[in-house]
Design a protein around this ligand. Structure first.
Ligand code: 5GP
Ligand code: MG
Length: 177
C-alpha cells in the first residue's frame, strides 16, 4: 500500500478538468494539423496518456529520455539526452510534453535539440511549472498549473522512482526523503 498521509496539492478531479481545458487549447492551436508528440520519459507518461485522449488531432507519439547529472559539484545541470527512440522528425510539428518545469534547463535543451533535427515547429506542454525556480528564460506554450517550490510526487512524478501511480499531485513528506 502507498502511505495514505501524503498532502494533496492538486486533486485528481482538478487535474482532469485542467487536462480537458489543455486538450481544447492545444487542438485549437493546431487546427487539425498533424502533430508529433514527443514525451519526456518517465514523468510524462500519465499526463501524456490522459492528454492525448483529449486531442482531436491526427497524431503520432514518440519518446525521449533526458537525465540530468546534478551532483553537488554540478551547477550547470549537465544533461544526457537519449533519443534513439525518436523517428525521423524532419518537417514535423512537434509538441514536447513533460511533467514539470523547474529550472527550465531540461526543456530548454530539448527544444533546441529538436529544432536542430529539421522539425517544422516545436511547442511545449507541461502539467506543472514551479514559480521562482527558473534559471533559464523559458515559456511553455501550454501549462496546467503554477505551483510553489515544493517537491511534488504523483500523476507520473516520482521520488526515487516511486509514487508515480498516485492519482493526485502530492507534496513529498519530510520523513519520506
Ligand atoms: P529542470 O531541468 O526544469 O530543472 O527539471 C525538470 C525535471 O526535474 C523534471 O522533468 C523532473 O524530472 C524533475 N523535477 C523537478 N522538480 C520536481 C519535483 O518537484 N518533483 C519531481 N518528482 N520531479 C521534479
Ligand atoms: Mg523529468
Amino acid at each position: 500500500m502507498i502511505r495514505n498521509d501524503i498532502p494533496v496539492l492538486i486533486s485528481s478531479e482538478r487535474i482532469q478538468q485542467r487536462v480537458d481545458e489543455l486538450g481544447r487549447e492545444i487542438a485549437a492551436t493546431y487546427k487539425g494539423t498533424p502533430v508529433t508528440i514527443v514525451g519526456v520519459l518517465t514523468g510524462c507518461l500519465v499526463f501524456l496518456a490522459d492528454l492525448i485522449r483529449r486531442l482531436d488531432l491526427p497524431l503520432r507519439i514518440s519518446l525521449v529520455q533526458a537525465s540530468s547529472y546534478r551532483g553537488a559539484a554540478t551547477t550547470s545541470g549537465a544533461l544526457r539526452v537519449q533519443d534513439d527512440l525518436l523517428p525521423d522528425l524532419r518537417g514535423r510539428e512537434i509538441l514536447l510534453i513533460d511533467d514539470i518545469l523547474d529550472s527550465g534547463q531540461t526543456l530548454n535543451y530539448l527544444v533546441e535539440h529538436l529544432k536542430k533535427l529539421g522539425t517544422a515547429s516545436v511547442r511545449v506542454a507541461v502539467l506543472l511549472r514551479k514559480t521562482g525556480t527558473q534559471k533559464v528564460a523559458f515559456e511553455p506554450d501550454f501549462c496546467g498549473f503554477n505551483i510553489p517550490d515544493e517537491f511534488v510526487i504523483g500523476y507520473g512524478l516520482d521520488y526515487n522512482d516511486e509514487y508515480r501511480n498516485l492519482p493526485f499531485i502530492g507534496v513529498l513528506p519530510q520523513d519520506a526523503r
